[in-house]
Write a protein that binds this ligand. Structure first.
Ligand code: DX5
Ligand code: ZN
Length: 217
């Protein structure tokens, strides 16, 4: 079953609880929460206190995308705040295995991701121990950018690797996804779709429902 993970980065931050509720209404099961530190990426977004507040208003699976340096310093706080999935960048830490182990020890799911310029092979040492692999189809830092189709090659590699090695990780895509390119993502082996502007521009419940229809085709 394919999954939609709407990115609240594109929502109105004055109404985050409603933003979560609207997409749940449209059939989304996950909520993508982008965390930026102004160092790893040139933007700031939101932190663990926001996750904690939002947790009281939503039963969605909180899919937290950490775009921060040294994530090992912050994962405990994000997990205590109510994150269900912690995804970190392979470029952001010297201790990826520690991060993976600590997230699992806390009973949560862990994801690994990479910037568009980072070769997919850099993920191979971790693929047998993660729950999610996230393919970035924009340079992380901002919503509303154009989809980088060439990055789907990484998804095809990850799907083949997963099948050949009997692994079960979800393959997620993030950045510039819309109703025109989502089928190409699915065809590349992706089963979790992050969508920010294409969901939150206009009627979020309806847009999420439109995505869900394609994901169920
Ligand atoms: C970008 C973020 C994305 C972003 C996606 O750094 O990781 O999750 O919110 O937004 P859209 O779908 O607008 O590209
Ligand atoms: Zn993201």
């Amino acid at each position: 079953m394919n999954i939609l993970s709407p990115s609240i980065l594109a929502s109105d931050f004055a109404h985050l609880a409603e933003a979560a509720e609207m997409v749940a209404h449209g059939g989304a099961k996950w909520l993508h929460i982008d965390v930026m530190d102004g160092h790893f990426v040139p933007n700031l977004s939101l932190g663990p206190d926001v996750v904690k507040c939002l947790r009281r208003f939503s039963d969605l699976v909180f899919d937290v995308h950490l775009m921060i340096d040294t994530p090992e310093k912050y994962i405990d706080t994000f997990m205590e705040a109510g994150s269900d999935i912690i995804t970190f960048h392979v470029e952001s830490t010297r201790v990826p295995l520690d991060v993976i182990e600590r997230v699992h020890a806390a009973g949560k799911r862990v994801g690994i991701t990479l910037k568009p310029g980072t070769p997919v092979e850099s993920l191979v040492p971790y693929l047998d121990r993660v729950d999610v692999v996230l393919v970035m189809t924009v340079e992380p830092g901002f919503g509303g950018q154009s989809f980088m189709e060439d990055q789907l090659e990484k998804a095809r590699f990850l799907k083949k690797y997963k099948d050949e090695n009997g692994l079960a990780y979800d393959i997620e895509v993030d950045g510039g996804v819309n109703l025109r390119n989502v089928r190409a993502c699915l065809a590349a082996g992706i089963n979790v779709i992050v969508a920010g502007s294409s969901v939150y521009k206009g009627d979020a419940a309806k847009n999420a429902a439109d995505f869900m229809r394609v994901l169920g085709e």
